[in-house]
Design a binder for this molecule. Structure first.
Ligand code: IVH
Length: 669
């Protein structure tokens, strides 16, 4: 391919990937397989790496992030970013509508929208390209977070259709609840502090310096306003429709997420509907926004100093109840983290009975100024755990004592520690604290770790109480009799448990490493470490510098690994597990070699003796690398039946070695 052909191919791939991104993320209606999408993306990445001068700044390859922003610049907003006047009272909405109605020459049309609970963003487009994304800041100037905003898949980098040369679009960036809860589950698994709510976490995420992390977290954005001159739309509802045509994510009228109407009754129907239904949404909203639709009418109504007169927000009262704090208890996690829990007088909240709420850490208790038997306000957002958001101090007994965070572990009485920079207290008695040991055993046997069936938390507790297990290595000494004699244990279940323990000896090294329960070593980190160090001895021997040099391993993870292996108890347990036959090294396939090392392969067509999948596996097993498209860097094209003539021509053009299936098999035999 000559340069103009490469340029054309890059443009073709970019346009098609852009459309597929839109179909997938905005419309939730993909039209190609993930595999085909990845293939095209890889081809584009490759072309851009080889010809960086042809790579567009808004290329679909830029979505994965990776660029670092050291400091966010501040810029002035072209149109001030105002806020809405808020009201919790329906009467005020009626009054507002009345006023508007009286001032309007004709019956006004209103647009009712959801009030997304996230962070406001203004995004400037020029000639259809995303130029700059700025936070609200103080309303007149905000911070430039373009690099991070580019990673949000529902925000187009290049828009399509008939758009104005210059405009700004505003909307709300939010954390979809599924992604937020997944993030917190991951943090819990790693022994890290949980994020309090989706809104603050969205805001914090937008200010992260590493855009790759932003990309991974999965923020989303709904657009709610277009600003500029010559917008070619007479009203807000038309402008929103246009924005949808340009490729932005806009609310779906078919799901009643936006509506136009002309009476207060219809406005109230919309409010009532979402007051009931909002808990079913996959993201949080905190109210409804009502806007006068027509732009000329909006102009006539104008602004107050802080907000437009043509719009108002009805805020939902958070689903909040008041109840009594019975007691604060403290949970000890697998890694020793202490979480205070408020035990409450049971109360009905958003359809479920709430008995407990997390208090997160000592600072939270102090911030609430919590006293024994306080009457507390409990709220439930999208998060799984309800939270205490305040105290009704009027109801406090005069002699009530403040809640004082414990000094010693509630399980083993060891003095707690709180490291600098960490929000949580920890029980440092890693080897002797019963709760930590039991939850480590539970983690060890869990599905993604050693995948041992038939031993629930109660059974672990019984085995522990009877002194049959003191750590996870002891599981491998258990006999059928040990288990069957436990309360409520049938022969069949005991047999299953023993079989499952024996089977777990075949679990691969990376899962065993995850099962050990090293703080901050989740599934992904365990995989990286296993691949890099190949066996446990090399990992134990690694010093801080060697660990940090491994891609994606930071200081915090490295320190935690060192701490874990410094413990003689841990090293003894590992020695025993080794003795019992668990895998502590990466299994290298018997037929593996490195004869293809440093060679890159492209396979094309249909093969006779092996499938395409097997062929790819053989390449990797023998140290070679598979890629999707041919370039000057390709070492071999393995050509099968019916391979595309274009590929063949390209390979010939670039002087790539073209080999048959038999020639390939001979190379590795
Ligand atoms: S219109 C002049 N529409 O609510 C302001 N705002 O105080 C025009 N918000 O931070 C804003 N959903 O980011 C508008 N459908 C919606 C909204 C919305 C959420 C946010 C906005 C601002 C706050 C208003």
């Amino acid at each position: 391919m000559d340069k103009s052909e490469i340029k054309a191919r890059i443009e073709e791939l970019s346009a098609s990937l852009r459309q597929h991104n839109y179909d997938y993320y905005v419309l939730s209606a993909p039209t190609i397989s993930d595999f085909d999408f990845d293939q095209s993306l890889k081809e584009l990445e490759k072309l851009e790496t080889e010809h960086p001068e042809l790579a567009g700044e808004n290329s679909p390859t830029k979505r994965v992030g990776g660029d670092i922003t050291k400091k966010f610049d501040t810029v002035a907003h072209e149109y001030p970013m105002l806020s809405l006047s808020n009201s919790y009272s329906r009467e005020e909405i009626v009054e507002w509508e009345n006023r508007i109605h009286k001032l309007s020459p004709t019956t006004p049309t209103y647009v009712c929208e959801l009030k997304y609970d996230g962070v406001a963003i203004g995004i400037r487009y020029e000639d259809g390209k995303l130029k700059e994304a700025v936070t609200r800041g103080d309303g007149s100037k905000g911070e430039v977070v373009t690099t991070n905003v580019r990673t949000i898949k529902t925000i187009p980098l290049q828009i399509k259709g008939d758009f104005p040369a210059k405009f700004e679009i505003r909307g709300e960036i939010f954390f979809p609840l599924e992604n937020f809860n997944r993030l917190n589950e991951m943090r819990e698994e790693l022994g890290e502090d949980l994020y309090a709510n989706p809104r603050n976490t969205a805001s914090g995420t937008l200010k992260l310096h590493n855009s790759a992390i932003v990309a991974e977290r999965g923020l989303d954005c709904y657009l709610y306003g277009v600003y500029g001159e010559n917008l070619a739309a007479p009203s807000h509802s038309e402008a929103v429709k246009k924005a949808g045509e340009w490729g932005f994510k806009i609310p779906d009228p078919a799901k009643n997420r936006i509506t136009t109407c002309t009476s207060i009754d219809e406005i109230m129907t919309f409010i009532d509907f979402w007051d009931k239904e909002r808990s079913k949404l996959p993201f949080e909203i905190d109210g409804i926004v009502i806007k006068v639709d027509n732009y000329i009418q909006q102009d006539d109504l104008g602004f107050t100093a802080k907000s437009p007169r043509w719009a108002i927000a009805y805020k939902f009262k958070a689903e909040r109840v008041e109840t009594t704090l019975n007691e604060v208890t403290y949970q000890v996690g697998r890694t020793g983290a202490i979480t205070p829990v408020a035990n409450l007088e049971p109360v009905l909240l958003a359809g479920t009975t709430v008995k407990r709420a997390s208090l997160h850490n000592a600072d939270q208790i102090a911030k609430l100024n919590l006293h024994e038997h306080d009457s507390v306000y409990v709220e439930k957002g999208g998060e799984i755990i309800p939270k205490i958001i305040g105290v009704n101090e009027d109801k406090r007994q005069p002699d009530a004592n403040p809640v004082i965070f414990i000094n010693n572990c509630p399980e083993c009485n060891t003095e707690l520690v709180r490291k600098e920079g960490e929000a949580k207290h920890h029980c440092p008695n890693f080897v002797g604290c019963a709760t930590q040991i039991k939850s480590r055993i539970e983690h060890f046997i869990s599905r993604k770790a050693m995948d041992i069936d038939g031993l629930g938390p109660e059974t672990i507790d019984l085995l522990f109480k009877q002194g049959l297990i003191e750590n996870y290595a002891d599981l491998y000494l258990l006999t059928f009799h040990d288990i069957v004699e436990l309360e409520r244990m049938a022969d069949k279940s005991a047999n299953n448990a023993i079989k499952s323990i024996t089977d777990s000896k075949n679990i691969p090294f990376e899962s065993v490493l995850f099962a050990l329960g090293i703080r901050f070593v989740g599934e992904t980190v365990a995989k990286i470490l296993a691949k890099h160090f190949k066996n446990i001895d090399a990992l134990i021997a690694a010093n801080l510098e060697e660990l940090i040099n491994v891609e994606e391993i930071g200081d915090k993870i490295a320190q935690s690994i060192i701490l874990f292996f410094e413990s003689e108890t841990n090293r003894d347990i590992i020695a025993r597990l080794k003795e019992y036959g668990l895998s502590f090294e990466m299994i290298v396939a018997e037929d593996a070699s490195d004869v293809l090392a440093n060679n890159t392969f492209v396979i094309s067509g249909v093969f006779e003796k092996v499938s395409r999948k097997e062929l790819k596996e053989l390449i990797e097993k023998n140290g070679g690398k598979n890629t999707g498209s041919i370039s000057a860097k390709t070492s071999y094209l393995v050509a099968g039946e019916n391979m595309g003539p274009a590929k063949l021509a390209k390979a010939t053009d670039l002087g790539v070695n073209i080999i048959s299936e038999d020639e390939f098999l001979a190379m590795i035999s």
